[in-house]
Design a protein around this ligand. Structure first.
Ligand code: ADP
Length: 542
């Protein structure tokens, strides 16, 4: 213990009439008694340890001390009436402080002297401690003990002390530069963040810590700072002693005295995490945009699908009403003609035979209709399988054309067949392909008016064969062409409804697809339609 400090401390105890007093040095872990006045130092042992948590939290003041249970017991043992506690010197970096604690048996007022001499001695004691304990430390502070009201040892009164504490505990890098841009002062975090010690930073120019490629930007920011008294914000990297580059958001302001700029102060926030997050967001942004686009596409598709489902529902119910009508017509004929035959036994034989012909043909029509309907479920379940063999497509078509001559003739339609001289072999399911061509030729006749013409043409190419079923019929409106192969789709022809179910072409397309062929239409409303089917030739044909 330095003698001069001990003496000053004793003078203070005397002036304040304190028979028991302590000069303590407290940090976050321990309390050491630098000097002690009194008979029984042991009774203060617990008390002084109880001061550590107070010191760590808010600082030690009279009120806090008096509320300690340890103080209460001292109060009892020594019959103390008042107490005075004062922080006389702090070393912020270590959160270390020197306190004077005076106990008096003479009543509370006695230890709240507004005595000038008490103040002066207290100040001297502070200076002495600073000189002997603080000189070797980097950052020190003398407490302002100039206030005459000792009881008001408030945070506000110690604003500078508190402010310095704040700087020392701040995670941000805080600096003061001279007007040339050289460091005058930095806080503890700057030292930690930049890996330099304080002496290595002080006096150096700010730009020495900035990567060369950022120098001109930072210089421009400081120039702006010096030109006005407004806050200037910018982001740059600072290079640590170990060569690490740390990104900082910097806010700085000129320090102006008597109208002249005397330096700059600033605060640098380490934004390593923030800039990483920003970069990740930047990387994620295109993905987000893409995801949004995909969601929109999905939404549009769902919308399309739901509108398609609605359309199918509509077509289905239209189909049901059509099919009932289709069933009813031949049934009405069959029942009507059979009833006539049964009810009139005297019916002439030729009439009976004519009626039987009608019953037979209507019965056949009904049977075809039922087959068509059954076909739908097979098509819908995708159950159609092919039983392939090598067949001559020309002879298959010849048979179908022959079968339809009568049908065409009835409508005064010319049915022509144009085919190559030699057979054209394909790998196909003869029966199913025949049904498909039959449906196309049937449609051509059905949708062609009297005196029209239907032509079936076979083009034999090198790798494939092209079959065209062309008519001079009523044609298909352009707007209906994209839907013509959809289930139950029928062209609406107001006033001239032609019976049908809207599944013939679905079946045709399915059969052509299964043969890995192609089918497309060319049609002109009022002038006719051509269905073009392309099928691969059998390798045996080449
Ligand atoms: P449908 O039983 O109604 O004939 P399809 O699937 O065979 O069913 O044909 C669907 C629709 O395509 C028909 O309602 C008809 O309007 C149109 N269509 C098919 N072939 C022809 C053609 N050769 N000429 C004109 N329209 C046709």
């Amino acid at each position: 213990m330095v003698e001069i400090i001990e003496n000053t401390f004793r003078i203070l105890a005397k002036v304040s009439n304190s028979k028991n007093a302590m000069l303590l040095n407290i940090n976050n872990f321990e309390t050491s008694v630098i000097s002690f006045i009194g008979q029984n130092p042991e009774i203060f042992n617990e008390f002084k340890n109880a001061l550590i948590p107070l010191h760590k939290k808010l600082g030690i003041d009279v009120q806090a001390v008096q509320s300690l249970p340890e103080y209460k017991s001292i109060e009892r043992i020594l019959s103390i009436k008042s107490c005075f506690v004062k922080n006389v010197y702090s070393i912020l970096e270590q959160n270390e402080a020197f306190y004077i604690v005076l106990f008096c048996e003479e009543g509370i007022n006695h230890l709240q002297p507004d005595d000038e001499s008490f103040m002066v001695i207290l100040n001297i004691l502070g200076n002495q401690i600073k000189k002997y304990y603080g000189a070797k430390l980097k950052q020190d502070i003398m407490l302002p003990i100039s206030d005459s009201n000792f009881a008001e040892d408030s945070i506000i009164k110690n604003w500078e002390d508190n402010f310095r504490k704040l700087l020392s505990i701040s995670d941000d890098l805080i600096f003061i530069l001279d007007m040339d841009g050289c460091f005058l002062k930095v806080n503890n975090s700057s030292v930690i963040l930049l890996d330099y010690n304080e002496r290595e930073i002080i006096g150096k120019h700010f730009l020495e810590f900035v990567p060369p490629d950022k120098n001109s930007d930072v210089a421009a920011a400081f120039a702006k700072m010096l030109q006005s008294d407004k806050e200037v914000k910018f982001r740059t990297e600072l290079v640590t002693k170990l060569g690490r580059q740390i990104p900082f958001d910097i806010s700085g302001k000129a320090v102006i005295k008597d109208g002249a700029v005397i330096g700059m102060i600033g605060i640098c926030k380490d934004v390593t995490k923030l800039s990483k997050t920003e970069q990740e967001i930047k990387k994620l942004r295109p993905k987000l945009i893409e995801a949004n686009r995909l969601i929109n596409l999905e939404r549009a598709r769902t919308w399309q699908q739901s509108s398609l489902i609605e359309e199918l529902e509509r077509l289905k119910s239209e189909f049901v009403s059509n099919i009932s009508h289709e069933f009813r017509t031949p049934l009405a004929s069959i029942i009507g003609f059979s009833e006539t035959i049964v009810s009139d036994p005297n019916l002439p034989e030729e009439m009976k035979s004519e009626f039987n012909d009608v019953i037979l043909s209507e019965g056949k029509r009904l049977a075809k209709l039922i087959n068509d309907v059954l076909e739908i479920s097979v098509i819908e379940e995708g159950k159609i399988t092919l039983d392939k063999s090598v067949i001559d497509v020309v002879s298959v078509l010849k048979d179908i054309v022959d079968k339809n001559y009568k049908n065409a003739e009835n409508k005064k339609i010319t049915l022509e067949f144009e085919y190559p001289e030699f057979e054209v072999l394909i790998d196909a399911d003869k029966e199913k392909l025949s049904l498909a061509f039959d449906a196309l030729i049937n449609n051509a006749i059905k949708f062609t008016n009297e005196d029209g013409r239907v032509k079936v043409i076979v083009h034999n190419f090198f790798k494939d064969v092209e079959i065209i079923i062309s008519d001079t019929g009523i044609g298909i409106p352009e707007k209906d062409l994209p839907y013509i192969f959809q289930k139950f789709y029928r062209v609406s022809r107001p006033g001239t409804e032609i019976p049908g179910t809207g599944i013939g072409l679905v079946f045709v397309k399915q059969i052509v697809d299964l043969h890995k062929g192609l089918i497309y239409i060319q049609s002109e409303l009022g002038n006719g339609t051509s269905f073009v089917v392309k099928l691969l030739k059998s390798i045996k044909a080449k």
